[in-house]
Design a protein around this ligand. Structure first.
Ligand code: F6P
Length: 308
């Protein structure tokens, strides 16, 4: 068989480990694996290279994706050409790594009679069908390490700090960072706060301990303005750190690599049987489900025990 692999949307640490694991298993099974460059956009142009497991191995531990990635707007309008490209490259199956949008695109493609296996890979951990997305653990580790550093300096020179995380339109990443780093306040789009209530709570912490830490998701509406208002109400200047895309890079954590390897092997096994589906995690185990055709968000965790 000839299989294809592509990475789509925001890159996530662990994508390279998944490409390598897919190449290794494909080689063992006697299948050819083509790496599609720049996600769906590259597939439209038939931009593919054979993936040698030993070449893929050199990238396996690194962040990003050596195949490159892209965002393709309005996938349904390209569907017919994508199907033609898959057939033109002689692909018997396609392995897609990406977030909710990319997996829905994979779902639409699979409804055209093409074997597609999808695995959720995004630092945002915002795909309803799976408990854990590839890249989340590494991004969490990076952000928690940064929060810990902020607290070192906050303890030395007491002040009001804020750390802004990525997360796209959602705050699953920010919530986990806030919970694990022991932040005092979370600014999550899903659970908006009243700046007055937040400031009253933070003032109490500042009086007691001298320093306080807010964690904000980039998705928080007018986050900078709200944080500025809170700082003014607290009567203390704010020190804001924006992690931005630095949070998306970096070598994948062992947990992300383990998830990437297990998921990629499950995906190649499915495609080897000319089947497709979504390789997901439920109850900590790998399961196979139908690919979605539209992105759905998981419920927002109820575990936050911060101030407000
Ligand atoms: O969806 C993944 C993600 O990293 C989000 O956390 C972030 O908001 C977005 O991608 C950034 O996208 P881009 O790299 O296109 O600016």
């Amino acid at each position: 068989l000839t299989l294809g692999v592509l990475t789509s949307g925001g890159d996530a640490p662990g994508m390279n480990a998944a490409i390598w694991a897919a190449a290794r298993l494909a080689a063992v099974e006697g299948e050819t694996l083509l790496g599609i460059r720049r996600g769906w956009a590259g597939l439209l142009e038939g931009d593919a290279v054979p993936v040698d497991p030993d070449v893929a191995d050199r990238f396996a531990r690194r962040g990003g994706t050596w195949l490159g990635t892209a965002r393709l707007a309005d996938f349904p309008s390209h569907l017919e050409r994508v199907v033609a490209s898959v057939r033109g490259l002689g692909l018997d199956g396609l392995f897609v790594l990406g977030g909710g949008g990319s997996l829905s695109a994979a779902g639409l493609l699979s409804r055209q009679g093409i074997a597609v296996a999808g695995v959720a890979a995004t630092i945002d951990n915002d795909v309803a069908e799976t408990e854990l997305t590839i890249g989340f653990d590494t991004a969490l580790q990076t952000a928690v390490a940064m929060a810990d550093r902020l607290r070192d300096t906050a303890e030395a020179m007491p002040r009001l700090f804020a750390l802004e995380t990525l997360g796209g339109d959602t705050s699953y990443l920010a919530e986990a960072v806030a919970r694990i780093s022991g932040a005092d306040l979370l600014l999550a789009r899903e659970v908006p706060v009243d700046p007055e209530v937040a400031a009253t709570a933070l003032r109490a912490v500042l009086e007691r301990r001298g320093h306080a830490l807010m964690v904000a998701s980039e998705s928080y509406p007018d986050g900078a303005g709200v944080m500025a208002a809170i700082s003014q109400l607290c009567g203390m200047r704010l020190r804001l750190t924006r992690l931005g895309h630095a949070q998306r890079g970096g070598d994948a954590s062992p947990r992300d690599r383990a998830l990437a390897i297990a998921s990629a092997e499950a995906a190649v096994t499915l495609l080897g049987r000319r089947e497709g589906g979504l390789v997901a995690v439920r109850g900590g185990r790998i399961v196979i489900d139908d690919l979605p055709t539209k992105p759905t968000l998981p419920p927002f965790p109820a575990g936050w025990r911060g101030l407000v």
